[in-house]
Design a protein around this ligand. Structure first.
Ligand code: ATP
Length: 327
């Protein structure tokens, strides 16, 4: 049974991620394919409040699948965190006749989506758009694979200089409370270790690494570090090494925003396209308050509540792979 949704708005919110454009394209085309009007909402929730809304045709999203970033722009909106802000957002939706929303963003964006959907009883479907891979109920998020590849390519370059100078390098990557980016890029780039929030909360990873003599068989080392209060970040770790283990010649490289940019990988484009089409399908199937996820290569619907729960566990198997393969 199909729902009667005649018009849908699509927005990107929070941090940008490669593949968001592919998702916008898929949502737009799938909406139009199913006889809906599709509205592009610029600058996330901020644009929903300031009425930066435009009807999209199929060619509004031409030639974007290969581009990083988001053609809809993205923003953070403090106003959307207030009832008054969300009331204006709802009024703008009504003004344009927008009946449903597809929100592409990270956990903050989906938290806002859940609140808004409940407050005004609007059908909202979320797509996990974040390089951090920190959402529950999905194996991966849009942008994660591209970021991993970007980090891996940077690591290959850092390895050249680390090896030449026989240095210990701390390379800081994004991830906030989630160590997936650091752990998987450590495996992919042949790094010695990953200092990540999920493990740092349990023990002093730096001390353990040094005690285990992680440079025994090597003249240089690369250690990935998640940018997070729990790990302290790469700079703090390097300061500690200088003080506590002065025998090491230590350097820091913070990859920063270059991790977010670039043309999305094939995997991210395909994932975003599948998820975009699935979002429209979900709305037509009367799904409400769900994020589209992917598990074992199948599309799944994940209730917002579960998706944004901050308890995603790190893979012990991958930790083991890194530990074993870096001896
Ligand atoms: P990333 O993980 O890449 O940082 P994100 O979606 O988590 O992306 P946030 O800055 O946390 O990014 O959230 C984006 C926007 O979502 C916020 O600026 C705000 O407008 C909205 N938002 C977040 N939390 C809430 C909330 N509790 N209530 C209403 N809106 C919220």
């Amino acid at each position: 049974m199909d729902s009667n949704i005649k018009s849908v708005g699509v927005l990107t919110s929070g941090g940008d991620a490669p593949g968001m454009n592919a998702a916008i394209r898929a949502v737009t085309r799938a909406g139009i394919f199913n006889n809906m009007k599709v509205y592009g909402i610029y600058r996330g929730y901020r644009g929903l409040i300031s009425d930066e809304i435009m009807e999209f045709k199929t060619n509004s999203v031409s030639n974007i699948i290969q581009q990083g970033g988001t053609m809809l722009k993205t923003a953070r909106s403090a106003d959307f965190m207030t009832e008054e802000g969300r009331r204006i957002a709802y009024e703008n939706m009504q003004k344009h006749g927008i009946e449903a929303l597809v929100v592409i963003g990270g956990d903050g964006s989906l938290t806002g989506a859940a609140i808004f959907a409940n407050e005004y009883n609007i059908p909202v479907v979320g797509l996990p758009g974040t390089i951090d891979n920190d959402l529950n109920g999905t194996d991966t998020t849009i942008g994660y694979d591209t970021a991993l590849n970007t980090i891996m390519q940077s690591m290959d370059k850092i390895r050249d200089t680390a090896t030449s100078h026989e240095r210990l390098f701390f390379i800081e990557v994004m991830g906030r409370n989630c160590g997936y980016l650091a752990l998987n890029s450590a495996i992919a780039s042949g790094a010695e270790a990953a200092i990540i929030p999920e493990i740092s909360i349990e023990k002093d990873q730096l001390a353990e690494l040094i005690e285990q003599g992680f440079r025994k068989s090597k003249n240089s080392s690369m250690v990935l570090v998640t940018e997070s209060e729990v790990t302290g970040g790469a700079m703090k770790l390097a300061e500690r090494v200088k003080k506590e283990y002065p025998q090491y010649d230590v350097r820091v490289s913070i990859l920063g925003h270059l991790q977010r940019g670039g043309s999305p990988t094939a995997q991210d484009r395909i994932l975003a396209s599948r998820m975009g089409v699935a979002a429209i399908q979900a709305l037509m199937e009367y799904q409400r308050n769900v994020m589209i996820g992917i598990r074992e290569n199948e599309i799944v619907y994940v209730p917002f509540k579960r998706a944004i729960k901050k308890d995603r566990e790190i893979s012990r198997e991958m930790l083991e792979v890194l530990r074993i393969s870096s001896i």
